[in-house]
Design a protein around this ligand. Structure first.
Ligand SMILES: N[C@@H](CCC(=O)N[C@@H](CS)C(=O)NCC(=O)O)C(=O)O
Length: 220
């Protein structure tokens, strides 16, 4: 991110072993500089109550965006973003146009029904990642219904980043419950298997893995 003092400052409230991992990926993917405040889960696995001081939801991820507003009397606007979907949407809208599919078909800008299929898929997955359960079978069926490399076509979008966490976790859990089961995953969900491998090869994903290891090693 630009070093200019007129540029928004970003702070991620990160909890170990949590959905906040994918926001690390998103921030790395966008090449933004950001501060991280680290929270460790309590023994009961809940988040420490201090997170409620950031936002009443008290869960991670949360992001605070501080935007300089030199002409206003307050000088700075502070936005507290909770819910992964909102965070992903806000960051991609403002800092990551390359992570957005084309919004409207040519000549149909702003018209209901003028949206591209990719845009509708994008919106769907942004909401689906948290709004519904995400059984691997359903995602496998969705992936089989088109030939793109990613959920919304041939390019990575913020929707892939949001969906990565529940899907990778489901694959890991399948292995934990019954180790040979992950092998079966590749046969049972071949498209999903290839898709997840593709996500894991993304340079931004790899950068996020390094960053998450570093955050895990740091004490709050
Ligand atoms: N729908 C929220 C869910 C946030 C959430 O449940 N975060 C979990 C971590 S994966 C958490 O903070 N758990 C600790 C707690 O519930 O105390 C989102 O997508 O951001």
């Amino acid at each position: 991110m630009a070093e200019s003092t007129n540029y928004p400052e970003l702070k991620l409230y990160w909890l170990n072993n949590s959905r906040a991992q994918r926001i690390v990926w998103l921030l790395e993917e966008l090449g933004l500089s950001y501060e991280v405040e680290i929270f460790q889960r309590n023994k009961d696995m809940f988040a420490p109550s201090e997170l409620k001081e950031v936002h009443p939801l008290g869960k991670s991820p949360m992001v605070i965006v501080t935007i300089p507003q030199p002409s206003s009397p307050v000088k700075r606007r502070k936005l507290v973003l909770a819910e992964s979907g909102l965070i992903a949407q806000y960051l991609a809208d403002h800092f990551g146009k390359h992570l957005l599919p084309k919004h409207y078909c040519d000549g149909q800008e702003g018209q209901p029904g003028g949206e591209t299929d990719e845009w509708i898929r994008y919106q769907y997955f942004l909401h689906y990642a948290e709004g519904s359960l995400h059984p691997p079978l359903l995602v496998q069926l969705i992936l089989m219904s088109f030939n793109g490399k990613y959920l919304c076509g041939d390019h990575l979008t913020a929707a892939d980043i949001l969906m990565s966490y529940p899907l990778l976790e489901a694959r890991e859990k399948a292995g934990e419950l019954n180790p040979p089961k992950t092998e079966k995953w590749s046969e049972k969900y071949p498209k999903l298997w290839v898709y997840l491998k593709r996500l894991e090869y993304e340079p931004g994903f790899k950068r996020a893995e390094v960053k998450i290891k570093e955050l895990d090693a740091r004490k709050s």
